[in-house]
Design a protein around this ligand. Structure first.
Ligand code: ZN
Length: 217
């Protein structure tokens, strides 16, 4: 019996880190649709070629194709292994399609995990990020500042901020997340799936321990 999980969390909540740790700890695969999509395109599967046509035309890959790729993955490499869905589903129609697919494949969803972090903390985590183009070191001006403002401790090069992390963009990313995710959480609550909210402001280790304890109950 496989155990499939969905992990939600706003940008900056540590979803990627926690998902990777959890996958390793529980022996699960992580399904990020972006990765799975790129892989299908690279391998030239029927669905991958279909997706390629949309991308070549500059269009979004439609849900039918995304679901087809997820189906191939679940029936293929993940046939005997549980999966952590990361960044998918994003919309209510996708969630409903995923419900049907999991039912068809006889893979009941074990739980939905939601990392919660207050938006002022997320804004500091994201808009405070700086990185060094010289050596790749990363900093946060609020939580882990360099000794000298704007300069890398290790190599002295100037630090820079990703365009995605400027405060206005961060606000917008958080708003999009809230708008997309709320209806999904309501959907899973209504469908009797266990939905757990985890305090993502704790340390990485604490969050991980809490996730593992929840799932081992
Ligand atoms: Zn550096």
């Amino acid at each position: 019996m496989t155990r499939d999980l969905i992990l939600f969390g706003p940008p900056g909540a540590g979803k990627g880190t926690q998902g990777a740790l959890l996958a390793e700890r529980l022996g699960l695969l992580r399904l990020s649709t972006g990765d799975v999509l790129r892989d299908a395109v690279r391998r030239g599967t029927a669905m991958g070629r279909e997706a390629q046509r949309y991308m070549d035309a500059g269009d979004l890959v439609p849900d039918d194709v995304i679901i087809g790729i997820v189906r191939d993955y679940l029936a293929g490499e993940a046939a005997d292994t549980g999966v952590i869905f990361d960044g998918f589903p994003r919309t209510l129609p996708q969630a409903k399609r995923l419900d049907d697919l999991l039912e068809e494949l006889n893979r009941p969803l074990q739980a939905v995990l939601v990392l919660e972090v207050e938006s002022d903390v997320l804004i500091k985590r994201l808009s405070g990020r700086r990185s060094c183009a010289g050596c790749g070191a990363t900093y946060n001006v609020y939580f882990d500042p360099p000794r000298e403002e704007g300069l890398c401790d290790r190599c002295g090069a100037a630090l820079s901020q990703r365009a995605d992390d400027d405060p206005a963009t961060v606000q917008r990313r958080l708003a999009v997340y809230a708008e997309q995710t709320e209806p999904l959480i309501v959907h899973y609550r209504k469908s009797d799936t266990d939905v757990h909210h985890i305090d993502g402001e704790q340390s990485v280790d604490h969050v991980q321990r809490e996730l593992v304890e929840l799932l081992e109950e």
